[in-house]
Each structure stands twice: as structure tokens, then as C-alpha cells.
Design a protein around this ligand. Structure first.
Ligand SMILES: Cc1cc2nc3c(=O)[nH]c(=O)nc-3n(C[C@H](O)[C@H](O)[C@H](O)COP(=O)(O)O)c2cc1C
Length: 177
């Protein structure tokens, strides 16, 4: 039984990202314990780049917020899924804040081997996901992680625009892990 943590990055409740994450989790839960973290429900302050966590006992951040809980959940995860709406060709600010807080020696205690990506945006542009995918591949390479796969959904703007074929792709990604 694996353990998957999903960082669900949309602040819009029951929107397209949430629906894709739900379908992913349904597919994944047979072989994994799946922990979905809706990042916007957590108070996570952005990293200030002070690097004091590198010196501090236990490598704790000087900012006492909900990141403590997220670190705990990541400690026994073997797969991490990043799910986000496209915001100006990037990921949501809420999700970026959580990812930047991985800049800590605490991450040496993680056992994450695989990374997966779920993205949804309103436009139909072929290049819609290029910036995020570049970042994703650089991170896979830097941390020597395996690519668990991607679900990329274009043309979904309003809540519920995500189509059943998209949900099916997310379900299949979950099932493949
Ligand atoms: C601040 C903001 C920026 C956005 N930027 C883009 C963008 O650059 N490209 C795009 O296709 N859609 C963009 N969108 C649309 C969202 O990606 C789209 O509505 C998506 O379905 C939202 O997912 P959600 O329902 O999970 O929140 C933006 C939306 C917001 C609120």
C-alpha cells in the first residue's frame, strides 16, 4: 500500500481542480492511502528566504503556521501530486507558497519517489502548460524523482466545465499508481 499526498491548489471550492483531484483519488485509493490537502484551507505563509531553518534545531521555520501539519503528512508519502488551476501560465499562489516552504533541510526526511501533475486552465492554447511543465521537469531532474504522469485540461473556465473524459484521465492516472 503506497501513500499519496495531493496538494490541491485551487482556492475555488468544488471547481475544476477539485473535481479532477476527486477523480484521481478514486482511482488511486485501491492501492494507496490518499491524503488530499486543500492548500487554501491552510494558513501557509510564503518562504522569506532567511535560511534560518538550516541552522535551527529540528530545522523548524520561524513562521508557526499550518505548514507543520503539511510536513507531517509528507513524511510518510511516497508519491506527491501537484494539482492546480493555471493562473497567468503558472500555478496558484496558495500552492506556490506551500512548495516554496519545501526549501528546508526537513525535506531530507521525506521519502517521496514519484511526482505527478494535474493542471486545468480556461484557454485552448497549445502552450498553456509550457511554463509549469518546464518547472515540473526541472524539479523531477533536480530531486531525481520519477514522473508519475500528468493530466492537462484545457478549455475549462467555469466550475463544472471539466468534462467526463478529463475526469476519466485523472481517474486513470490515480489507478496507474
Ligand atoms: C487569477 C487567475 C488567473 C488565471 N489565469 C489563467 C491563464 O493564464 N490561462 C488560462 O487558460 N486560464 C486562466 N485562469 C482561468 C482558470 O485557470 C480556470 O478558470 C480554471 O478552470 C480554474 O480552476 P478551478 O475551478 O479549479 O479554480 C485564471 C483564473 C484566475 C482566477
Amino acid at each position: 500500500m503506497g501513500k499519496i499526498v495531493v496538494l490541491a491548489g485551487s482556492p475555488r471550492k468544488n471547481g475544476n481542480t477539485d473535481r479532477l483531484v476527486e477523480a484521481f483519488a478514486k482511482g488511486a485509493e485501491k492501492n494507496n492511502k490518499v491524503d488530499v490537502i486543500p492548500v487554501s484551507d491552510h494558513n501557509v505563509k510564503p518562504c522569506t528566504g532567511c535560511n534560518s531553518c538550516f541552522e535551527r534545531e529540528g530545522n523548524k521555520c520561524f513562521q508557526h503556521d499550518d505548514m507543520t501539519e503539511i510536513y507531517e503528512k509528507l513524511k510518510d508519502a511516497d508519491t506527491l501530486i501537484i494539482a492546480s488551476p493555471v493562473y497567468f501560465y503558472g500555478i496558484s499562489a496558495q500552492l506556490k507558497a506551500v512548495i516554496d516552504r519545501f526549501h528546508t533541510p526537513m525535506r531530507n526526511k521525506f521519502h517521496i519517489k514519484k511526482l505527478g501533475l494535474i493542471l486545468v486552465g480556461a484557454a485552448e492554447l497549445p502552450e498553456l502548460f509550457d511554463a509549469v511543465i518546464t518547472q515540473y521537469r526541472l524539479i523531477l531532474n533536480f530531486f531525481k524523482l520519477e514522473d508519475a504522469g500528468m493530466v492537462l485540461v484545457r478549455g475549462a473556465k467555469e466550475k463544472g466545465d471539466v468534462r467526463s473524459e478529463d475526469l476519466n484521465k485523472a481517474f486513470k492516472l490515480g489507478k496507474s499508481i
